[in-house]
Design a binder for this molecule. Structure first.
Ligand code: NAD
Length: 265
């Protein structure tokens, strides 16, 4: 299976190329970068310090879609919208890890998913996907006597907050309680906030250093507290999960899938 990586010179882009090269039955179709990027025109192998791999980095995503069976996108929201349109036109599998997508950008992904398989997850690690399922179940069992707070920490370069994963965990908790997250969330607190409303799902964001991604979901009641925690120590887990998602989606009917579908959770 030929897999192309858009945004291949990014932190995740490089990891994704390594993951494709390491995966059985996969070949690297090539990559793209923003027009004007230093990486354009170079061989992907050169970028990875591996010598020539015969996989060119271009700035024309249409060409990459046409020569790939699946394309993996961990870029930025505006680029992801463009890539979703190309996936729909070419019928290629699209795996999206970009976070911070607006409702409008997500609607573009849904439109592409009407025509081709799209896997979209705020976090492609197997551990976090399991944490999502556990969070939904715990929220359903514990009920709203237990206040839910979600705390996350990421490296200093991260540009969106709360993290897409934290919001995904919030959605899982809200689903467990059969409510909509945007009706009950509190994404940050400052100043005189008043007492905590019952049923609220709160978020707290920490940023610093090189933290790959820590998430804790707390269920705090009078007399006890349950905490579910996941800590990622290498970005390689996201890349490995995304390649697994691309292999799983190949040959599936059009649709918008999540990592929980990929793992059968
Ligand atoms: P990064 O800034 O290092 O990489 C993004 C790359 O995309 C850059 O190289 C940039 O030049 C490139 N790019 C931007 N616009 C482009 C375009 N139009 N065409 C081609 N390339 C383009 O960022 P990163 O740390 O690699 O993260 C990228 C995204 O992935 C972020 O949204 C991040 O939150 C998300 N992420 C998701 C997961 C997950 O499991 N879902 C895990 C880690 C990071």
């Amino acid at each position: 299976m030929k897999i192309g990586i858009v945004g291949c010179a990014g932190r995740m882009g490089r990891m994704l190329m390594e993951a494709v090269l390491a995966a059985e039955g996969c070949a690297l179709a090539g990559g793209t970068e923003r027009p004007g990027s230093d990486a354009v025109g170079r061989d992907a192998g050169e970028l990875l310090g591996r010598g020539d791999l015969d996989a060119l980095i271009g700035d024309d995503p249409r060409r990459l879609f046409e020569t790939s069976d699946a394309v993996i996108d961990f870029t930025a929201p505006a680029a992801t919208v463009l890539h979703a349109a190309l996936a729909a036109e070419t019928g290629r599998v699209l795996v999206v890890g970009t976070t911070g997508l607006s409702k409008d950008a997500e609607a573009h992904l849904q439109a592409a998913a009407d025509r081709t398989p799209v896997v979209y997850a705020p976090n492609f690690s197997v551990g976090i996907t399991l944490l999502m399922a556990l969070t939904e179940r715990a929220a359903a069992i514990l009920g709203d006597d237990y206040d839910i707070e979600i705390v996350e920490m990421h490296h200093r370069h991260k540009v969106d907050a709360p993290s897409g994963t934290a919001l995904g965990l919030g959605r899982a908790a809200a689903k467990g309680r059969a409510v909509a997250l945007d009706g009950v969330w509190c994404k940050s607190r400052d100043g005189h906030t008043g007492a905590r409303p019952r049923g609220e799902i709160g978020f707290a964001t920490l940023r610093g250093g090189d933290v790959v991604g820590d998430h804790t979901v707390m269920f705090a009641a009078e007399g006890e507290r349950v905490e579910l925690t996941h800590k990622a120590s290498s970005r390689a887990v996201f890349a490995k999960g995304a390649v697994r998602a691309a292999l799983w989606a190949h040959g599936k009917p059009p649709g918008l899938y999540t990592m929980r579908d990929v793992l059968g959770l």
